[in-house]
Design a protein around this ligand. Structure first.
Ligand SMILES: NC(=O)c1ccc[n+]([C@@H]2O[C@H](COP(=O)([O-])OP(=O)(O)OC[C@H]3O[C@@H](n4cnc5c(N)ncnc54)[C@H](OP(=O)(O)O)[C@@H]3O)[C@@H](O)[C@H]2O)c1
Length: 277
């Protein structure tokens, strides 16, 4: 270098990880696991295609994690367009831009892409959703696969954790207000702690692209889940608890690609100990 000439150091703009949906329940857990990531919460609308493209093309992150979604299963029945925009078309567009920017896309999907007529669903099983939420999430999966080749679609189920609307907190609140809390005893699944899912997600980024099922281990009904949280849950049938959206009866996710996480009951006890009161 010629003496007197200032060395120009380019500012390091590229961040290795960007997280969309960082203000959601899983988003908060991902913040703990990826503390140096760039966090984009609700203020960054993932359906704003032009803004999304400009952002990703400028920053070219190594990894894009999309935890944003329209997760209100009942709301999706009434707001189909919003459901398909947020859960379907937006992830497809993010995938197309990740293809351009060379980023790995990590995206979350759901047990509700399945009808629940089978005992356990593996990654290779054919999805057959029975409600709008499941259909919209399945559209997201399909568009990601059409638009990109470096993606992880992580299907999970029955999430609980801090910073979100979740079943555990709902049960605790209802238990204080009512003598008896009726909970359906004929829908089965795998409760999953966001902390465990976020940690497992980090361990998947070096794996082959594809679909992965990640949940805590063990199976229960919503009633059995409730009984592990509160003493005054009483069982009822889905028929006694009519909802707009049909729910899968047995949406248990199994995996042929990943080892099971710890038992859901152990994870729940940790959550209750830290956040339950
Ligand atoms: N929760 C479960 O039991 C469960 C089960 C299986 C799979 N999953 C999947 O796991 C992922 C994380 O779910 P979660 O439980 O963390 O959901 P969550 O708490 O509802 O978080 C999703 C976040 O996305 C935001 N969001 C909605 N529309 C958006 C938009 N257009 N642009 C930007 N952000 C938007 C939401 O904000 P607002 O709420 O303010 O709109 C919310 O902060 C999702 O892909 C979900 O489908 C969840």
């Amino acid at each position: 270098m010629v003496q007197g000439q200032r060395m120009v150091v380019a500012p390091v703009k590229a961040s290795p990880v960007v997280i969309f949906g960082a203000s959601g329940m899983l988003g908060h857990a991902l913040r703990q696991v990826f503390p140096r990531a760039v966090f984009k919460g609700r203020e960054f609308d993932i359906t704003d295609a032009a803004r999304m493209r400009a952002f990703l093309i400028e920053h070219k992150p190594a990894v894009v994690i999309n935890a944003a979604a329209y997760t209100d299963v009942e709301g999706c029945e009434e707001n189909r367009d919003q459901a398909f925009d947020v859960n379907g078309r937006a992830p497809g567009h993010i995938a197309a831009v990740c293809h351009e920017s060379g980023s790995l896309l990590v995206h979350y999907s759901t047990d509700y892409v399945f009808s629940g007529e089978k005992e356990e669903y593996f990654e290779s099983d054919r999805p057959d959703p029975i409600n709008v939420y499941g259909e919209s999430k399945l559209l997201g999966e399909r568009l990601i696969q059409e638009n990109h080749d470096r993606f992880l679609i992580i299907r999970t189920s029955w999430l609980f954790g801090p910073h979100g609307r979740n079943f555990v907190d709902t049960m605790l609140a209802l238990s204080r207000q009512m003598d008896e809390v009726r909970v359906v005893n004929d829908q089965f699944g795998r409760p999953t702690y966001t902390k465990d899912l976020a940690t497992a997600s980090a361990g998947l980024v070096d794996r082959e692209p594809g679909i992965y099922h990640v949940t805590n281990d063990g199976t229960c009904s919503w009633y059995e889940f409730a009984r592990a949280i509160i003493p005054n849950a009483v069982p009822c049938s889905s028929g006694q608890f009519p909802r707009k959206a049909k729910r899968p009866r047995y949406s248990v996710l199994g995996s042929t690609k990943t080892r099971p996480l710890r038992q859901w009951l152990e994870a729940l006890q940790e959550y209750l100990h830290e956040y339950g009161r």
